[in-house]
Ligand binder design. Structure first.
Ligand code: ATP
Length: 392
């Protein structure tokens, strides 16, 4: 019922310096009850996308449907949606009760008693029943956001739209509200589109994460899929903290076998199984990018526990304690630095030497244009036949 569909949607803003294409070729289905999080860097077009669903922006081309209706020309108040903004957008002169009930007063046939009932129910649900007589100026940021959420929920819309609703809250409250919004959304089972630039928010809240860049949808998939099988290098680099390590490589051939050779550090080479070469159509001489997630790097002081020809020696540049993990910045003798995410019990000395290695199954490989040639192997998608060597 509350399905939202985008069909080849395009948005162009006219400006004195020429047209700005904010969203292009957007085709995406958000199924009934689904929680879709739109994520991407500043200016990627996520707010514009949300605002087109809300009816706050015209659609230049294509179609947006809510339920069975194309809503291109429909007024916002006729779309059966409720939107929650970053700045809460509460009416300062009204009480919490009036703020929550405001939308119902003018857009429903409910009696005053019925409205009161619904407002009180929602206030209970949002854990703010004691604040109904207060004005917004008397509330904390977190309480204001609860009122704004209550005002959206009370309308029982087909679709919730959230525009960075937590970005004005402090870190602790933000984490707490994340859980609350996710719980509420599951409980109410209302189709939701949520915009954020915070990938951690996207990954913890979404059923489906839609990653945008430069007005173009890069990938829409469940969080673990986006993480383990990113559609391209942009998604691989955007999702995950710290970011994936990228190494510039070239496909080479040694004695009839394929190998990836470091473009900055020629002493780094990885044997690559012919099946990957055949499947992806890459050719000797092609420039490729290899990706390894920080948590997939194995770092040790004692090289004797590893196969010697699979090791790369590096100097520890920085050790950054991050709660249960340490983030290590590692400098090999040549080439780019690496970031490893290790257990906090392992804190090698800064300036000291360590060795690092990783399992071939965890490698990601990207073509020059950024498309994924190989993602992390899981299940049937594993490439354990691949051979590799890190030659120090
Ligand atoms: N009203 C407008 N007039 C002209 N250009 C606009 C307008 N609104 C947005 N843009 C441009 O459209 C592009 C997409 O903007 P949009 O606000 O949708 O991105 P965003 O991903 O939500 O970014 P942010 O996270 O910074 O809000 C940007 O280049 C932006 O400058």
């Amino acid at each position: 019922m509350g399905r939202v569909s985008f069909d080849d949607v395009k948005k162009v803003y006219g400006s004195s310096e020429g047209d700005i294409v904010a969203v292009e070729d957007l085709s995406l289905d958000v199924s009934d009850g689904e929680f879709l999080v739109l994520v991407g860097p500043s200016g990627c077009g996520k707010s514009t996308t949300l605002r087109m669903v809300a009816g706050l922006e015209d659609i230049t081309d294509g179609r947006i449907s809510i339920g069975d209706h194309v809503v291109n020309g429909t007024e916002p108040r006729e779309r059966d949606i409720a939107m929650v903004f970053q700045n809460y957008a509460l009416y300062p002169h009204m009480t919490v009760r009036e703020n929550i009930g405001f939308g119902l007063k003018y857009s429903s046939d409910l009696s005053k008693e019925e409205i009161d009932d619904r407002v009180e129910n929602v206030a209970e649900m949002m854990d703010i029943p004691d604040l109904l007589a207060d004005k917004p100026s008397q509330l904390s940021g977190g309480q204001r956001q609860r009122v704004a959420l209550g005002r959206a929920i009370v309308r029982e819309p087909q679709v919730f739209l959230f525009d960075e609703p937590l970005s004005n809250l402090d870190a602790k409250l933000r984490t707490h509200m994340r859980t609350e919004i996710t719980r509420l959304q599951r409980e109410l089972d209302v189709t939701s589109i949520y915009v954020t630039h915070d990938q951690a928010e996207a990954m913890t809240m979404a059923d489906v994460v839609a990653v945008m860049n430069d007005g173009i949808l890069q990938q829409a998939a469940p969080p673990n899929e986006v993480y383990n099988h990113p559609a391209n290098q942009f998604v691989a680099g955007f999702i995950g903290s710290p970011s994936m390590n990228f190494l510039e490589m070239r496909l080479d051939q040694h004695g009839g076998r394929h190998a990836l050779v470091g473009r900055e550090n020629e002493s780094v080479s990885y044997g690559l199984d012919d099946t990957v070469v055949e499947r992806t159509g890459i050719e000797v001489g092609d420039h490729l990018t290899l990706g390894v997630r920080p948590e997939d790097l194995d770092v040790a002081r004692d090289p004797s526990q590893y196969d010697a020809d699979r090791l790369l020696t590096a100097t520890v540049d920085v050790v950054e304690p991050m709660g249960s993990d340490n983030f290590l910045t590692l400098l090999p003798q040549q080439g780019e630095s690496w970031v490893a995410r290790v257990d906090s019990s392992y804190a090698p000395e800064e300036g000291g030497e360590v060795v690092m290695t990783f399992d071939p199954g965890v490698l990601h490989l990207f073509a020059r244009d950024g498309t994924t040639l190989k993602s992390q192997g899981t299940g049937n998608d594993a490439y354990h036949a691949e051979e590799y060597v890190i030659a120090p």
